[in-house]
Design a protein around this ligand. Sequence first.
Ligand code: DHB
Ligand code: FE
Length: 281
Amino acid sequence: MARIVGMVTTSHVPMIGKAIGAGLQQEPYWKPFFDGFDGVHDWLDRVKPDVAVVFYNDHGLNFFLDKLPTFAIGAAETYRNADEGWGLPAFSPFRGDPELSWHLIESLVADEFDMTTCQDMLVDHAFAIPMALLWPNASPWPVKTVPISVNTIQHPLPRAARCYALGQSVGRAIEAYPADLKVLIIGTGGLSHQLDGRRAGFINKEFDLMCLEKLVSSPLEIARYSIATLIEEAGSQGVEILMWLAARAALGESVRKVHMNYHIPISNTASGVLVLEPSES
Ligand code: DHB
Ligand code: FE
C-alpha cells in the first residue's frame, strides 16, 4: 500500500529561482535562507520518497482570471514550466504519475471535492522553485509528481477549513492506493507577505511563528480562520498559508516535527520551511 512519509512546506518567492540560477546560495543575503534546507535534504536522503503530491497556487501561468478553478489537479505524464516574465531559468519538465492522479481524482470526487482535471498543465514558480529547493541540481527529478492547485488569486477563495478537508481527503486517498509507494506531501506559498496596495511589504512575524507552532500541534486552530482574517494577519498573498494547511491535513492527526526554518525577508516576503512526519500516537 502507499504510505505518506511526511510533509515539506516552503515559501516559493520567484527571486529564489533567480538566486539559484546565479549560484548565490552562499551570499550573506541568501545564506540564512538556503542553509534552512540542509535539514530538508538530510531528511529526504533518509526517506527517499517515490512521488510528491504538491499543493500550490498557480499565479496566472496555467489559469487566468477568465477561467480559474477553485481546486484543480494534474493528470498528465509530464508537467512543463514556462516563462512567467521573471527572467528565471526554465526548469526541466517534471514527471507525472497519471495512475495516482486518477486514483486521487476518483476518490476526491466521490468525497464531494469536484476537482477540475488537467491532462495538460503548465506549472509555475510555486511548483518549480520548491522542487529545486528540495532537490538542488537534480536531473532528472527523483520523484514523480501530482500537482494540486488551489485558487488564491481571485475571490471568493476556498475557506481554510475547506482546504484542510481537501488535504484530509487527499491523505485518505493516498493511504488507500494499492501501489507500494512512498508519498511526500508538499505545500508551497507564504508565509506573511503582501505584494501590492497600501500594505505592500507587510510582514507579521508573530502570526507566522504562531502558525508554524499550531500547524504541528493544533492545525484546526488555523483552519478556523476566515479568509478575511488570514489576509488581515498575513497579508493578501500571505493567504497562501492555505497550502500549508492542506498539506498538514494530509498527514493525519499526530505528527513529529523534523525540521523548521524561518527567515525574514526574502524579497518582501517572510520565508519559512517546515518538515513533519506522521507519528503513531
Ligand atoms: C512574490 C511572488 C510570490 O508568488 C510569492 O508567493 C511571494 C513573492 C514576488 O513577486 O516577490
Ligand atoms: Fe505566491
